[in-house]
Design a protein around this ligand. Structure first.
Ligand SMILES: [Zn+2]
Length: 270
């Protein structure tokens, strides 16, 4: 009995020690798993921080002073060289209001390709658009403006047309669009047509902005022109759409409602 108790005590002690060791081993394993988890989650937190976030919009990406730039800002105070002709004029494969051979049925290649996409998307939504007027040379713009002056006077001409060198149409990046049915062509009511409304909502998705907005005439110096689209590329068009600013406001450039005595001359390489 005495011996038996002695043996039993040893067995109990052994069992107790075994349980204690097991508990310690379990606890240590558990801690190391916990540590691995926390270290891996802190690693992924660091990775999230170091993963480059979407690059922020740079206003310096393209020049606003070079006539060849898709961001060239042309207005009553900023004039294009009289001999500037865009290098890559092409006629878009869409409905045109004139022969594809006509000068004003041409646009710069990038604007032309973007316009084709825009017109295709509008068509998918059941709306048919056509190009009414694209590129206009310095000489053409000069005669268009003179025509307005002789028919309606200079004040009217200046609010609805641009003097030569001051028209975005000379860049080959501006497109006057119309509904294929001809309704409200180059008239303010175009903005109320399904086609005009579609453009106001969707043009930016294809890199175009409505350059002369209804609520911005005091800044642009031009009447509301819901048909006049200016190609600036998708990135800038999205920014302009988001901020609801004119090109001048967006780039912190002066707004002109009239022609200053000495305008800023845009120049290639600037
Ligand atoms: Zn226009």
């Amino acid at each position: 009995m005495h011996l038996a108790w002695h043996v039993t005590r040893k067995i109990l002690l052994f069992v107790f020690l075994a349980i204690a060791v097991a508990v310690i081993v379990w606890w240590r394993n558990d801690r190391s798993e916990f540590n691995q988890q926390t270290s891996s989650s802190s690693q992924s937190a660091i990775q999230v921080k170091t993963t480059p976030t979407q690059t922020s919009f740079s206003k310096k990406q393209y020049s606003v002073n070079d006539p060849t730039s898709i961001w060239a800002v042309v207005n009553k105070g900023r004039v294009l060289p009289s001999d500037y002709i865009p290098a890559n004029l092409t006629s878009p494969s869409i409905d045109l209001s004139d022969s594809s051979a006509a000068d004003n049925m041409h646009l710069q290649a990038s604007a032309s390709a973007a316009l084709e996409k825009l017109v295709t998307a509008a068509k998918a939504d059941g709306l048919k658009l056509m190009l009414v007027s694209g590129y206009r040379s310095y000489a053409t713009q000069s005669s268009v403006y003179s025509g307005y002056v002789s028919s309606s006077g200079q004040a009217f001409a200046d609010s609805t047309s641009a003097r030569a060198g001051h028209s975005e149409h000379q860049t080959g990046l501006a497109a006057d669009l119309g509904a294929l049915n001809g309704l409200c062509q180059l008239e303010k009511c175009f903005g109320d047509t399904p086609e005009g409304k579609w453009l106001a909502t969707n043009a930016y998705k294809y890199g175009f902005i409505i350059r002369y907005q209804k609520n911005k005439t005091a800044l642009t110096g031009y009447d509301y022109e819901p048909w006049h689209l200016r190609y600036v590329g998708g990135e800038l068009a999205a920014e302009i759409n988001k901020t609801d600013q004119t090109l001048e406001q967006f780039f912190d450039l002066p707004s002109y409602t009239g022609y200053p005595a000495n305008g800023y001359q845009l120049k290639a390489g600037n």
